[in-house]
Design a protein around this ligand. Structure first.
Ligand SMILES: [Zn+2]
Length: 385
């Protein structure tokens, strides 16, 4: 394995410029999560790239969501496969690329999705190629990529695809947005979202206010009740993120609405959350108002399992052997598709992508050198399994 590692490392060293060019190409392809046409082009580009690398690639096609992609490098062996997870959609709408295309300045790369997580996709493909070129055939490497991760797969069954492709794997590495502090993720919170609206009765605020029913007042009570549900000890948090209501100053408002974000540690907590929100919605503080509630898409939590911890220990040990900074394990508040590999019972470590900051914003940047550093780390981890 040492000889394979040395050979594969040499491959990565030799391909530095090519890796950056592929990264640039990928960042410069529009891939806003809502634009299926754009996403499907990226999926096709990656399929062709993966095939030119010797992988067997298949599109996972959806009617109303961006296509996903599965690539198998090497044949199945008597040992279980290793999975690389990620996504190639971004939160940025069509047109972002022309405004701020890929660029590198002072060792940092910029552009939409440069960190979250197009670099991660580049790493996956080159690691697989490097291993195969170096003669690795111990396990199949299976890359599973979503094209609709940023919205949480509301219109596809990509979450099921992740579970199925990961089933039986020895380990999964998710190459999501790496952290400059060198934290690696061994657990992630799940999310639930709610849209709540109150209907009241509008009247003139001066002439006969007593006949009105204020939707804003009703909602104000409900906001306080919802925020009070937060339980930091259990890791369950409620956030009323937006509030809208009323039309003019001098009328009793007949409409108010809020958007609520909830985070949980375990899937079971989602049912409790649902019950608590339902109770608040059902309780009327201002007689004569009515409240409706719609539950939106959520993301399952990535449970912090003993398997994840053990896999993290392997990554830590390998990091130290390579002379890299020692990583530390964290639970992240943000969701990812690692939820589904863990649900399939597969030890998973997440946030293995390039290091950087400010994803989902135009300040997003990635540290260029970590593209190669993380590729070597991942590569050595596969060999150490
Ligand atoms: Zn991401």
């Amino acid at each position: 394995m040492k000889a394979i590692q040395e050979k594969a490392f040499r491959f990565i060293d030799a391909k530095r410029d090519e890796m950056i060019k592929t990264w640039e190409k990928l960042v410069n392809m529009e891939s806003g999560t809502l634009h299926k046409e754009d996403i499907d082009k990226v999926a096709m580009f990656l399929k062709e790239t993966a095939e030119s690398f010797g992988g067997h690639a298949r599109l996972v096609e959806f009617q109303q969501a961006g296509n996903g992609l599965v690539v198998e490098f090497g044949n199945p062996t008597d040992k279980p496969q290793v999975c690389f997870l990620g996504h190639f959609d971004t939160v940025f709408p069509h047109g972002t690329v022309s405004k701020r295309p890929f660029k590198i300045e002072e060792g940092r790369a910029y552009g939409p999705g440069v960190l979250d997580m197009k670099a991660g996709v580049v790493i996956q493909l080159y690691v697989a190629k490097a291993l195969i070129e170096a003669g690795y055939s111990d396990r199949q490497i299976r890359v599973v990529l979503a094209g609709d991760e940023e919205m949480g797969h509301p219109k596809s069954d990509m979450s099921r695809v992740f579970e199925e492709e990961c089933a039986g794997a020895v380990a999964a590495f998710n190459f999501e947005t790496g952290d400059v502090s060198n934290a690696l993720v061994v657990g992630r919170k799940g999310t639930a979202t709610y849209d709540i609206a109150v209907q009241g009765i509008s009247v003139h605020a001066g002439r006969e206010p007593e006949k009105g029913r204020s939707a804003i007042l009703e909602m104000a009570h409900k906001i306080i009740a919802i925020q009070a549900l937060t339980d930091y000890e259990k890791g369950v948090t409620f956030n009323v993120g937006t509030v809208k209501g009323g039309t003019v100053r001098n009328a009793v408002p007949d409409h108010a609405e809020i958007e609520v974000d909830v985070r949980v540690m375990e899937s079971e907590q989602l049912d409790e959350v649902d019950k608590k929100i339902t109770d608040v919605v059902a309780h009327t503080y201002v007689e004569g108002t009515t409240t409706t509630c719609a539950r939106g898409v959520g993301i399952m939590p990535m449970l912090r399992t003993a398997g994840n911890e053990k896999l993290f220990e392997l990554v830590r040990r390998v990091s130290e052997e390579l002379g890299l900074e020692t990583p530390h394990p964290v639970i992240s508040g943000g969701g990812s598709d690692s939820a589904y590999s863990v649900r399939a019972g597969v030890p998973t470590v997440d946030q293995m992508g390039v290091k950087g900051q400010w994803n989902h914003s135009d300040r997003e940047y990635a540290v260029v050198d970590t593209l190669f550093e993380r590729a070597k780390l991942a590569l050595a981890c596969v060999l150490a399994l």
